[in-house]
Design a protein around this ligand. Structure first.
Ligand code: HEM
Length: 509
């Protein structure tokens, strides 16, 4: 009996081993067939691209997490042309026509759901809302971002621009080397403005001594969201990570929510007394959800706008200063323009008076072209029946997008694409225009995207950038403090570039 029992066990075991081997074999065959399908038969297989990226999301995810994915795209565009398959189901474009085809398609294309970080309070922000919800929320806020609203909000921008210069002077006087990290102070000013416009009050960061590194704190948020969104393609990692995130950040989130809620409540209670981002939604808060905007949505949007604005604006203005300080001729042209407008003192440098300055505007455009704060893709999903993009059919369900760094810095679209030449953005009639750039594809340059989901805050950003840059140029002689600052642009990005100190030697004019 014992022997029989043992023998039958042996038989059982060998039977199991062979069935395990069989199942392993059939699993390997399935994986092999799946990879072959993705590489050669998938509807996107006719699009060129690296085969490894075509059969797996892993190489893409690796570079997104490393913070340098757009550098890989650049190499691929060199090798494969203007459209590249960067994942089994995703294409990226550098053709200017793709802007219109993808971002102004009717009806609107949905954002790729994997690119959206779920809102923690369950209510969508403008960044995460889709379809009719997006239209409703955008409709509620849109009047806060009009030309009229900007005129009414100008004094807030000008007040903090004045404080920015005062703080720079204070830091300069406190520094024997006369070296100041201007990125940090620009960050304070931007944060004070956006919180004043959103909450109706600012934490007074510029006037507080000590380090108030909001920008770095918000950057960590962007970094986490990028990694989380990326890993959400690999379940159950998304759930685990989301859970870990909720646990690790719970204290901070509760504090943030409390702070935002208190401030927004105070602002809403004050009524229409001033023009800011909350003015148009007063009286429109409704819990019905299909009309107006819910209270939770107001809170989510309040925080989202502060996070998005403070990082992007700080990075862009600091980068513009970096480019000017690396290019003495262009700095001289910008300084001459500011000097020749007829400003008598710093307080004349306002939102309205800087708006028409062509060279300053060109400097800002050239900065956004060369070093857009969010260098990566803006992914959308092709509709069910598919669509034409840049003259070629793309099947439904494919993820498609334009990557801002890539489309802005390719020689297919711009002459001397990696050099700083604001002249390319001037009117042809302007004496400073350089005809060397006449073949530039300016329609490739869309730093605020296009269509129904374009940047709602572009006018505010441009107003801040013009006033800050003009006042800095007016108030100080400046030079980069680091002997070799050429590597300053080598930055990683997780959604946005990492904030990097910019040490500048200042001298009051
Ligand atoms: C350097 C400055 C800025 C740049 C380059 C920029 C760029 C962009 C881009 C490219 C988008 C489209 C995103 C997408 O399709 O996924 C966007 C959307 C948005 N931006 Fe900006 N932005 C800047 C500053 C601001 C400011 C100052 C605000 C607010 C005060 C703001 C608020 C928003 C909002 C709310 C959206 C979402 C719009 C929607 O989906 O309806 N941005 N921005």
């Amino acid at each position: 009996m014992a022997v029989e029992h043992t023998t039958s066990n042996v038989l059982d075991c060998s039977g199991n081993t062979s069935s395990i081997r069989q199942s392993e074999l059939s699993q390997s065959t399935t994986i092999f067939l799946r990879l072959a399908y993705l590489a050669f038969l998938h509807p996107l297989s006719k699009y060129p691209g690296p085969k490894l990226w075509a059969i797996s999301r892993i190489p893409w995810a690796y570079h997104v997490i490393k913070g340098d994915v757009w550098h890989s795209f650049d190499k691929f565009h060199d090798q494969y042309g203007p459209v590249v398959r960067i994942a089994p189901d995703e294409l990226t474009y550098i053709t200017p026509e793709a802007w219109k085809d993808i971002y102004t398609a009717k009806p609107d294309l949905n954002k790729d759901p994997y690119s959206l970080t779920p809102p923690l309070n369950g209510a969508n922000s403008l960044f995460t809302a889709l379809g009719d919800d997006h239209k409703r929320i955008r409709g509620a806020f849109i009047n806060a971002f009009s030309d009229k609203a900007l005129r009414e909000q100008s004094s807030i921008i000008e007040e903090y621009a004045q404080q920015l210069i005062q703080r720079m002077k204070a830091e300069l006087h406190g520094s024997p080397s006369q070296i100041v990290d201007i990125q940090r102070i620009i960050g304070y000013a931007v944060f004070d403005i956006i919180s004043d416009l959103t909450w109706g009050e600012s934490p007074g960061t510029l006037q507080t001594t000590g380090d108030q590194n909001w920008v770095t704190r918000f950057f960590l948020h962007a970094q986490f969201s990028t990694v989380r969104n990326c890993l959400s393609r690999f379940p159950p990692l998304d759930r685990i990570l989301y859970y870990v995130f909720l646990r690790v950040t719970s204290k901070q989130r509760i504090a943030n929510t409390k702070l935002t809620t208190e401030r927004i409540n105070r602002r809403l209670a004050a009524g229409h007394s001033r023009s800011d981002f909350m003015t148009p939604i007063i009286g429109k808060i409704s819990e019905k959800g299909h009309k107006g905007i819910t209270k939770s949505e107001v809170l989510t949007n309040g925080l989202a706008v502060i996070i998005a604005n403070s990082q992007l604006t700080t990075i862009a203005i600091t980068s513009a200063m970096y480019f000017l300080l690396r290019h003495p001729k262009q700095l001289r042209l910008a300084a001459e323009e500011v000097a020749n407008v007829g400003f008598h003192d710093e307080s004349d440098i306002k939102v309205a008076t800087t708006q028409p300055l062509p060279y300053l505007n060109a400097v800002i455009s050239e900065t956004l072209r060369l070093h857009h704060p969010t260098p990566g893709n803006l992914p959308r999903v092709a509709p069910k029946g598919g669509m034409m993009i840049a003259g070629r059919f793309v099947p439904g369900g494919s993820v498609i997008g334009v990557s801002l760094y890539n489309i802005h810095t390719r020689s297919e679209n711009f002459k001397a694409p990696l050099e700083f030449h604001p002249e390319r953005f001037l009117e042809k009639a302007d004496a400073r225009y350089d005809p060397a750039f006449q073949d530039d594809r300016l329609d490739a340059f869309q730093p605020f995207s296009m269509g129904q989901r374009n940047c709602i805050g572009s006018k505010i950003f441009l107003a801040e950038a013009r006033v800050f840059l003009a006042r800095l140029i007016w108030a100080f002689d400046m030079e980069l403090a680091e002997q070799d600052a050429s590597s300053w642009l080598d930055q990683k990005a997780w959604l946005v570039y990492e904030p990097k100190p910019l040490k500048v030697r200042l001298q009051e004019r």
